[in-house]
Design a protein around this ligand. Structure first.
Ligand SMILES: [Zn+2]
Length: 405
């Protein structure tokens, strides 16, 4: 299935482009639907374009095994696709072995996880009723909502979108297998990552002001150099991050200097940066330290503007333990780690227990044509997912229909 999927949206030597709600993404969903039917699942596409393959009676609580089939532009063949393909393989194994489980199984390929429209995890948020007001508006600033345009183009009805919402009480848990998208598992030679959480992600602009002067005539001691002050901030920013590795991570991705000339002392620097942590309180503490203890001390006139706060999620401890015991049963090494990227699990975490399994990304590469995970590593991941699905029944506290986290 992964090989066939990799042909959909393939760009010669430039990876795969299968944007959310594009013809290519729909083709990928149709392919997955065929595999779901072959596995013995009954398939439907909901109002948000999520492809759902179900096994088990309506009276049973439902376990979701999900991921996505869209890619970023020029993305890879494994991000998302591995999770959907493994979910179908697990369902096929369970159905063909006539295993009786106290829960129904839904393998779901979610629509537009990568955020081709407005923001990411569209399909899973639609399912949990977590779309933003802007996403549900027919018109934005007088023009048709781009989401509505894309939906109509692929034969989905934008006005029916609210019908994709499901009652979280019908679900017992959410599981997802995904590539790590980073270098850690490969480097420490562990085949499985047991995910602790998906980080909260905050983004900011910092503006540091100085004074423009002729750089040939103004002695260094008499300058007010915005770039030099920015360098101080950058140094202290990375000092905090590197002394708290594992708890928080971040990046200064851009710095714009005004006027940006050979012979003019910089009068203004605007930096864009982000912070990620699965501990929201810690993230706020670091935000405060960066602003009050560092930035204002470098320059009281500077300012830090938060431009977005994206929610993260904590994985359920019971599910983490089941993943760990499944690894032990299979004889696989594992590493307990936070996710660096966002995933559909975030949409479900406020309502039901969620768990994620990572498999290594060769060279830590992802969102590119070089993204690769060998078939043997995928098999290890899929087996761990299968054992986790089966072992979930051993924790009776997870099985009650209508249980909300
Ligand atoms: Zn993904």
């Amino acid at each position: 299935m992964l090989n066939e999927l990799s042909k959909i949206g393939e760009q010669p030597k430039k990876g795969i482009t299968r944007k959310g709600l594009s013809i290519e993404e729909r083709d990928a969903h149709r392919l997955a639907a065929n595999y779901m039917k072959d596995a013995g699942l009954s398939v439907r596409v909901d109002e948000a374009g999520n492809t759902i393959g179900r096994w088990g009676g309506k009276d049973k609580p439902t376990l979701i095994v999900g991921s996505h089939l869209d890619t970023v532009p020029n993305g890879g063949a494994f991000d998302g696709a591995v999770g959907v393909a493994s979910g179908i393989a697990c369902a096929s194994a369970i159905i063909s072995s006539n295993i009786d489980l106290p829960y129904a199984l839904e393998v779901i390929a979610f629509t537009d996880e990568e955020g081709a429209h407005l923001s990411g995890t569209f399909g899973s948020r639609a399912m949990m009723g977590r779309l933003t007001e802007k996403e549900t508006m027919e018109k934005i600033d007088g023009s048709l909502n781009p989401l509505a345009i894309s939906m109509e183009k692929v034969g989905l009805n934008f006005s029916l979108l609210p019908k994709a919402k499901r009652d979280p009480k019908d679900f017992i848990a959410y599981l997802e297998l995904h590539i790590e998208q980073g270098p850690i598992l490969e480097r420490i030679k562990k085949p499985i990552g047991v995910v602790t959480g998906i980080p909260f992600m905050y983004r900011y602009y910092i503006t540091i002001k100085g004074r423009a002067d002729h750089s040939g005539t103004t002695p260094i001691s008499m300058r007010d150099d915005a770039l030099r002050k920015s360098a101080l901030f950058i140094e202290k920013f990375y000092h905090i991050l590197s002394t708290n590795e594992g708890k928080i991570i971040g990046n200064i991705g851009n710095i714009k200097i005004d006027p940006g000339s050979f012979n003019v002392v910089p009068k203004k620097a605007i930096m864009s940066f982000e912070l990620r942590s699965i501990d929201q309180n810690y993230l706020k503490e670091i935000e405060n330290r960066l602003l009050k203890d560092i930035l204002f001390k470098i320059d009281p006139k500077s300012k830090m503007d938060n431009i977005s706060r994206k929610n993260g999620a904590l994985m359920d401890k019971r599910i983490m333990n089941i993943i760990i015991s499944s690894c032990k049963e299979l004889g696989y090494g594992y590493h307990i780690m936070p996710s660096g990227a966002g995933h559909d699990a975030t949409s479900f975490a406020p309502y039901i227990p969620v768990g994620m399994i990572f498999i290594p990304s060769v060279g830590g590469k992802s969102h590119s044509a070089d993204e690769f995970t060998p078939p043997e590593a995928i098999e290890v991941g899929a087996k761990t997912l299968l054992y986790t699905i089966l072992n979930l029944k051993n924790d009776s506290s997870l099985l009650k229909k209508g249980k909300i986290n």
